[in-house]
Design a protein around this ligand. Structure first.
Ligand SMILES: C[S@@+](CC[C@H](N)C(=O)[O-])C[C@H]1O[C@@H](n2cnc3c(N)ncnc32)[C@H](O)[C@@H]1O
Length: 280
């Protein structure tokens, strides 16, 4: 695998170099690591396995994987901007653009991609390369949101609920404008099947965004990170201030979109046919 120079992430509306990204990654870890890691443990991730996580962000999943596969296993954590992944013994960290940089073939027992593919134009081609990076019988886990329905459940007033829903719509519009598909989670199972994976396991999850929860922390991050573009798109500074206050109001609750955690295996190689000896 070769390292690429720092690049501007194509299709990715957020940015690991932003001052908001520490909260972004902490919220992802708090909200989603229990789900992601629970499914990996259930699938039988054990010592000795070689693992790859692409778009690893701040690396929380990779660190946990390292604990699961030690001794004897390896974890490679890649990201187009890997600066937030602190080095750890046994962890290989690489600057790597999964769209354009090569991946070794048949090198891993496990490949994990969480909230990466939906941001990438050409995600089906990337998926095909992730499958080829697996050894026969290896496992791919893809965790992706379908952000097509993120309703406000409780708000102090109907105007607040409308403002929040305008914000979630604007956020998904920005992701689409960058070439992402914010609803791709619902298409992930079919995409994994099209890529040739078998034994699919599909697990949908919805979380509550209430003040103090990591799922709401994620939404506050999105608001802060996208604020300049939301202002360009017609929100007023007063509306953005109200959104920030609303999401901290004890009378506020919303639902996340659906997070689809999907696993599939690269088919094991067909057994080598042993031609029957003719010299009997
Ligand atoms: C929403 S974050 C998810 C981070 C991490 N997977 C998690 O769930 O905690 C998406 C990550 O994908 C990375 N990324 C975006 N485009 C990429 C690309 N073309 N190749 C590799 N990583 C990319 C971003 O830098 C970011 O760290």
């Amino acid at each position: 695998m070769t390292a690429s120079p720092p690049a501007v992430p194509g299709g990715y509306v957020f940015d690991n170099d932003s001052p908001h990204s520490a909260r972004h990654h902490a919220s992802l870890e708090g909200a989603l690591d229990p789900l992601t890691l629970g499914h990996l443990r259930e699938a039988g991730v054990t010592p000795g396995m070689d693992c790859l996580e692409i778009g690893a962000g701040a690396g929380s999943v990779s660190y946990a994987l390292l604990r699961l596969v030690t001794p004897g296993g390896t974890v490679t954590a890649t990201d187009i901007k890997p600066g937030r992944i602190a080095p750890a013994p046994g962890l290989t960290v690489l600057a790597h653009d999964v769209v354009t940089d090569p991946l070794p073939e048949a090198a891993y027992d496990l490949v994990v991609a969480r909230l990466v593919l939906q941001h990438l134009p050409g995600r089906q081609a990337v998926l095909a390369r992730l499958v080829r990076a697996l050894r026969p019988g290896g496992l791919l886990q893809v965790d992706e949101f379908d952000a097509g329905h993120e309703p406000c459940l409780l708000a102090p007033s109907p105007e607040d609920a409308r403002l929040y829903e305008r914000f979630t719509t604007a956020k998904t519009d920005l992701m689409r404008a960058a070439g992402g598909d914010p609803t791709w989670g619902r298409r992930a199972p079919a995409a994994l099947r099209e890529a040739g994976l078998t034994g699919l396991r599909i697990r949908p999850h919805v979380l509550v965004r209430a003040p103090g929860t990591p799922a709401l922390g994620l939404q506050l991050h999105h608001l802060a990170h996208l604020a300049p573009r939301l202002l360009d798109g017609g929100f007023t500074p007063a509306e953005l201030d109200r959104l920030g206050a609303l999401m901290r109001d004890p009378g506020f609750a919303a639902a996340t979109g659906v997070l689809y955690s999907v696993q599939g295996r690269r088919p094991a190689r067909a057994p080598l046919s042993c031609p029957r000896s003719e010299a009997t």
